[in-house]
Ligand binder design. Structure first.
Ligand code: BGC
Ligand code: BGC
Length: 636
């Protein structure tokens, strides 16, 4: 079999790592799925935005790093560059394998329980921390850093304030609000002893069939660029001020570098077949402002550019990001994503470190990867200078994060208490975000805003379904199967409607299927996509409910009975819903609002004096398609 055919076959089978079967090429030669990379795929750092200032370099910190590194063994240095997932690593393992970091992936929770309460997270963070710093002969005490996907609030925990996903925040056009969502997320994380979030995603989403569309603020690079700095500042505090990384702040991650939203066909982890000019102009837009805001880590993308996997792209990570753009924090990999680099497996991948990756996300592969990487440093495959640079960057972040000064997670007095998760103040920010993100797509005859004195029917399977309104990355990776009682303190959209109508003196009846005994003045029908995350959410077309149309049938049934209907559409992307829009009197894109469903009623209803309570404010940050196959569709 020729190497080209092997590669094609591998790709067809979805076994990208099987490209490693192509023998005889040195690790430094990049391969695309179709063969060796041609010189046309070279990047030109001078065409990328130059760093505006040197960030994160503080001479006092650099001296501390020098002193620490002088004491570290090569084993400890290699350990810093590897992160294991809590589903496979236990605190005691750190005694044998001195890893620098742990994470809890989307499906991982303390003690193997995705639904573990906040206290269990704090306990676990505390245990790992204590082992990492304990005094033992031959051990350099370096706090481990714990990362989670707090991508819309501290969403691993049902009691937390769960914000609308980024697609909704994109519609608010409110930078200060975005900053505040970052602040609340960081505070709630800090309460559970976790110091690092893999957020914000700075994806510029160019094909809405992508299952991660909702993680991006916009298809428009200007909007992403306008938010990037604000969110990073919210999470980490204002760089250069006393607020930066003070207790109650956490380390942010700009992700996924680069062009995760630019892959062909919107395929997750796919290939961006675009020019270097588009990489710079579209997909890189959010990174310079994030770097200016002092973002401490950047996650490299699973995806590739012109066939070159980012996890092996030295020009992009080293020459462009660290060199030209002056990023001085560290680059973390994605979930075993180094596995997709030609010549690598998840257990063995010197190419990534050599190319500029500083920390491997070696979820379940950390033990073998640690052993192999150590051997490769010892035999010179990985230059010591590269390892030292990676370790320096990781320690730099840990010093900025105050990890060497903070006590153990359970002993931290100056961070919010666990009881503040989902506090009224925090939820108020979520509710504001929900209200500001709603986009009115149709309002025939001025049905909206509704009177709270009305007789209201609420229908649709999204009306009383907090899991559905929160979407993916909520409690579990996919966000499926979550029950309302797993979100203590949260409100469904129905709860919000009931409260608004109770205040106004009207009445509410709820029936999922829209049945009623006495005719309502108006029906609010809440429906939309089921939760999904990553590649599980990739779709072929943007048609809503292909081959099913049960929600359309519900809308039509109400219309036929002469009931004016307000459709509230829950989705992680714009979709082709023309039939549903035509069957409704008013149509609201509500995205994935998260735990504060009452923010929806704030806009749908007038207040009890008949005045507009909160006007519609949201503006689309994604183009809405006219047909199911109108993709890609983007401004400009
Ligand atoms: C995702 C990242 C995430 C990581 C850890 C990956 O599969 O692509 O966005 O941060 O998992 O859960
Ligand atoms: C993890 C996620 C991760 C995904 C990647 C899941 O098992 O829980 O965090 O993003 O795998 O494929």
């Amino acid at each position: 079999m020729t190497s080209k055919r092997t590669a094609r076959l591998a790709r067809a089978l979805g076994l990208v790592s099987a490209i490693a079967l192509v023998g005889g090429l040195p690790a430094s030669v990049a391969l695309s799925a179709d063969g060796p990379v041609t010189p046309a795929q070279t990047l030109h750092p001078e065409k990328w935005p130059a760093a505006t200032a040197s960030r994160l370099i503080d001479p006092a910190i650099e001296k501390k790093i020098d002193a620490l590194m002088a004491k570290m063994s090569v084993e400890e240095k290699v350990g810093q560059t590897i992160q294991g997932d809590i589903s496979t690593i236990k605190p005691a393992d750190l005694r044998k394998y001195p890893l620098g970091s742990i994470l809890a992936g989307g499906n991982s929770g303390p003690g193997g329980d995705d639904r573990a309460p906040a206290q269990a997270w704090l306990d676990l963070a505390d245990e790992f921390y204590r082992v990492s710093v304990e005094k033992r002969p031959g051990h350099t005490s370096i706090p481990v850093i714990f990362g989670v996907d707090a991508v819309h609030g501290h969403g691993n925990i049902g009691a937390a304030t769960i914000f609308p996903h980024n697609i909704a925040l994109g519609a608010t056009r409110d930078r200060d609000l975005l900053r505040r969502t970052g602040e609340v997320t960081a505070r709630e994380m800090a309460a559970t002893g976790i110091d690092w979030t893999f957020a914000p995603a700075l994806s510029v989403v160019r094909d809405d069939r992508w299952g991660r569309s909702y993680e991006g603020y916009s298809e428009d690079p200007e909007i992403v660029a306008a938010y990037a700095g604000a969110v990073v500042e919210g999470i980490q505090g204002h760089y250069g001020s006393k607020e930066f990384m003070k207790p109650g702040r956490t380390v942010a991650t700009a992700k996924h570098f680069l062009a995760d939203g630019g892959t062909d066909g919107g395929r997750d982890q796919g290939d961006a077949k675009i020019t270097e000019e588009e990489l710079v102009r579209l997909h890189n837009a959010g990174y310079p402002p994030a770097i200016d805001a002092g973002v401490l880590t950047i996650m490299t993308s699973f995806s590739s550019w012109q066939g070159i996997k980012h996890h092996g792209n030295k020009q992009l990570m080293t020459d462009v990001l660290k060199g030209r753009m002056g990023f001085n924090g560290f680059i973390v990999g994605d979930w075993n994503a180094h596995d997709q680099v030609p010549g690598c497996t998840k257990y063995n991948c010197p190419t990534s470190l050599i190319a500029g990756l500083d920390m491997y996300m070696a979820s379940d592969s950390w033990e073998q990867l640690y052993k192999n990487t150590l051997a490769q440093v010892k035999d010179g495959t990985i230059p010591m200078a590269r390892l030292d640079d990676a370790v320096r960057r990781i320690l730099r972040v840990k010093f900025h994060a105050g990890l060497f000064d903070k006590p153990a997670p359970k002993d931290r007095k100056d961070v919010p208490a666990i009881s503040t998760l989902g506090s009224p103040e925090n939820r108020a920010v979520g509710r504001e975000a929900v209200a500001k993100s709603l986009v009115l797509l149709k309002n025939q005859g001025g049905v909206l805003p509704l009177s709270p004195k009305a007789k209201v029917l609420v229908a649709g399977d999204g009306a009383d379904n907090i899991g559905k309104q929160a979407g993916g990355w909520t409690i579990s990776w996919q966000g499926t199967g979550n029950r309302n009682d797993e979100f203590p303190g949260a409100t469904s959209i129905l709860d919000g409607v009931k409260a608004a109508v109770a205040a106004g003196g009207g009445s509410v009846a709820y029936d999922k299927d829209g049945k009623f005994t006495s005719k309502p003045d108006v029906a609010i029908v809440v429906f939309g996509e089921e939760p999904y995350a990553e590649f599980q959410g990739d779709v072929e077309t943007l048609e809503y409910q292909p081959g099913d149309k049960s929600d359309l049938a519900l809308l039509k049934k109400l219309k036929a009975q002469g009931v004016p209907t307000v459709a509230v559409f829950l989705s992680g992307r714009p979709m082709w819903v023309n039939p549903e829009i035509n069957a409704s009197d008013a149509f609201v894109a509500a995205w994935l609002p998260g735990s504060e469903g009452n923010g929806v009623a704030d806009v749908l209803f007038r207040n009890k004096d008949g005045k507009v309570n909160r006007d519609f404010n949201g503006k689309l940050s994604f183009s809405w398609p006219k047909t199911a196959v109108q993709t890609p569709l983007n401004r400009g």
